[in-house]
Design a protein around this ligand. Structure first.
Ligand code: DGT
Ligand code: MG
Length: 389
């Protein structure tokens, strides 16, 4: 096979954490069916299969050339079982993959995809609603609202603002939200640092939510600020719904109790919000939103309103954990998974959004910046724009 001279297969295989995954890559056509199958199995509740496709897609994204024949992929790590390769081969040969076309049309998949896209509904509840109650759409949830007796307050919010919450959030709106939070914080207490993390920090133009990290200059200064901030934001009418999660960080619990368990959830104090984001004239979309739902409250029509609902996560971070938190919340999820696995398996260290724990020395390894974290992991620094695994 004719590979570009510069592509070194051994180096590519050596440590997958050293690969670069940019947003724009050379193999969009091949990655698309793999990402679809990742979505398909996520929605169908088979995380293990979903992960295999996500890893294969990530491997292809990192290739510095456009794949034309299957042999160019021989011996590449990360392409998984033969099935991913079959999907790739068929796409190379026919320009599409039949399995994707069939699965895309599956009624069950389409229903579960819609249901699990509602804020507050995960894949398992979606499956239950579909199998036990024949629910297939957001309208169905409304029709059966009393009968379903969904206890989670978030679902009501998710259904009420479904149209807004399923519309991608632009970078401009994300920055506007950041500006609002920044202003209110400056009234409460100065000397904070605020950063948009998540997909936006990796250079994505759109996102499904806005992930905002906040810290102060020394540990402890952040205490009590998030509750104050929520009071201010509520008072100004910026909040449609929020759920505060108290900090549950405890070094013992987070790092030593089950050091081999790769933990994803973190223990920061955070607020999961639905913002009522004010819009300028030119930001109000021309198209009528298709679904508008009233559960209890009357919901003003599109013409009347100059705001939209946006999902925002506010995360309060103690200064000493900032670098690890920023890395963790910048993602991507798969990149963080790769880093945690590498750290655990090759370095005997546990990585999470709070820090890096040396299991042999039983101590935390401090970091001031993301650059420090990469150094602590023995890896070269990777710009956020190359973390789109
Ligand atoms: P998006 O919002 O669809 O454009 O995509 P992302 O990449 O912003 O994904 P998102 O918002 O689900 O999560 C942002 C990053 O933060 C992601 O890489 C994983 C991480 N993350 C999300 N939720 C949690 C959490 O509860 N704990 C921890 N440690 N990390 C989280
Ligand atoms: Mg996000």
């Amino acid at each position: 096979a004719k590979l570009p001279k510069k592509f070194e297969k051994n180096r590519f295989n050596e440590n997958i954490c050293e690969r670069n995954a940019p947003l724009q890559h050379h193999n969009q056509v091949l990655v698309e069916p793999l990402l679809f199958l990742n979505e398909y199995w996520t929605v169908m509740g088979d995380e293990r299969r979903a992960l295999a496709y996500s890893k294969a897609a990530a491997t292809i994204k990192c290739l510095p050339f456009t794949v034309t024949t299957l042999t160019e992929l021989d011996d590449l790590k990360g392409l998984g079982s033969g099935h991913c390769l079959k999907v790739i081969q068929e796409t190379l040969e026919r320009g599409h993959c039949q399995e994707v076309i069939v699965k895309r049309d599956s009624m069950k998949f389409q229903s579960l995809k819609i249901l699990s896209s509602v804020y507050g509904i995960g894949p398992s509840l979606a499956l239950k609603l579909h199998s036990n109650h024949g629910v297939s759409s957001v309208q169905d949830i409304l029709k059966l609202w009393n009968q379903l007796a969904l206890a989670d307050e978030r679902i009501k919010v998710g259904v009420t603002y479904y149209a807004d919450l399923s519309t991608p959030v632009s970078c401009t709106l994300a920055k506007k939200i950041k500006g609002i939070v920044e202003y209110e914080l400056s009234i409460i207490k100065d000397d904070f640092r605020i950063e948009i993390a998540g997909g936006f920090r990796r250079g994505k133009k759109n996102g499904h939510d806005v992930d905002i990290l906040i810290t102060y200059t020394t540990d402890g200064e952040e205490k009590g600020i998030l509750s104050s901030l929520m009071k201010h934001l509520n008072h100004k009418g910026y909040i449609l719904h929020w759920r505060l999660e108290k900090s549950s960080f405890d070094e013992e619990a987070v790092f030593t109790r089950s050091p081999d368990q790769i933990s994803v959830m973190d223990h920061f104090e955070k607020s999961f919000c639905v913002f009522k984001c004010p819009l300028q004239g030119n930001e109000i979309p021309e198209t009528e939103r298709t679904i508008r739902i009233d559960v209890n409250e009357p919901f003003p029509s599109q013409e009347q309103r100059n705001w939209r609902a946006i999902r925002v996560d506010l995360i309060m971070v103690p200064k000493s954990q900032w670098a690890y938190a920023l890395l963790g919340w910048t993602g991507s999820k798969l990149f963080m998974r790769m880093l945690r696995h590498y750290s655990n398996a090759h370095l005997q260290k546990t990585l999470n959004s709070h820090g890096l724990w040396d299991k042999r020395e039983n101590k935390l390894i401090p970091a001031e910046s993301e650059e420090d974290v990469f150094k602590n992991l023995g890896l070269s620094y990777k710009d956020p724009s190359h973390r789109n695994f």
